[in-house]
Design a protein around this ligand. Structure first.
Ligand code: SF4
Ligand code: SF4
Length: 189
């Protein structure tokens, strides 16, 4: 007999599970709406987003599934999933969604919530730390890169923090003021 306290989520034959409705977070959808995905509740699970998604074509990432889980209040599952970070923000799903859900914005909102609650993939954390260290996610200050730039007629050092080192201190101050430095601080294992 069907348990009235349970809900079936059908994703695929391999990923079928039953959830306890009491373990869901009913505030999660409202949080996503506030943080940047105001249209999430318009999703009717047509699957156009996942069917169009280049990241999903190469990985186990299913944007539709993350949105479904979010709508069910499965906050921890959403914010701790490594797949959450596989979206390349190409916006194809946003262009094609018939309900104007803007799935890319929903994913970005869930990512923001995830980072605020301590979930971040190490490679992203490393890039963020690089910004604090060098003032740029991809610093172009190595001699070999400078030679390459000159070879194609560019100035050896681009006009960013790689050239104006004093701006790095400003970037660090902004990170401290906004709390970004704490968000990306390496956590103790
Ligand atoms: S395309 Fe839009 S309506 Fe369809 S599943 Fe994706 S988010 Fe939901
Ligand atoms: S924006 Fe992200 S979720 Fe949407 S199609 Fe592109 S990679 Fe997939």
């Amino acid at each position: 007999m069907c348990n009235p306290q349970s809900v079936d989520i059908v994703a695929s034959a391999e990923d079928r599970s039953t959830i306890d409705i009491d373990s869901t977070d009913r505030e999660f959808v409202e949080m996503i709406k506030r943080v940047g995905g105001p249209n999430i509740q318009s999703c009717y699970q047509c699957g156009t987003c996942s069917g169009s998604c280049p990241a999903g074509a190469r990985t186990n990432y299913l944007v539709r599934l993350i949105i479904r889980k979010a709508l069910l209040g499965l906050k921890e599952e959403c914010i701790s999933a490594p797949e959450l970070w596989y979206c390349t923000t190409c916006y194809t799903c946003t262009d094609r969604c018939p309900q104007d859900v803007k799935p890319t914005d929903v994913i970005k909102a869930i990512r923001n919530i995830a980072v605020a609650e301590g979930h971040m993939l190490k490679p992203h954390q490393s890039v963020a730390l690089k910004v604090l260290e060098a003032g740029h996610a991809v610093p172009l200050d190595k001699e070999s890169w400078q030679k390459l730039r000159e070879k194609v007629g560019l100035e050896p050092v681009p006009p960013n923090a790689s050239r104006y080192h004093e701006t790095i201190e400003e970037i660090r101050k902004l990170a401290k003021k906004s709390g970004f430095d704490k968000l990306i601080a390496p956590k103790e294992e």
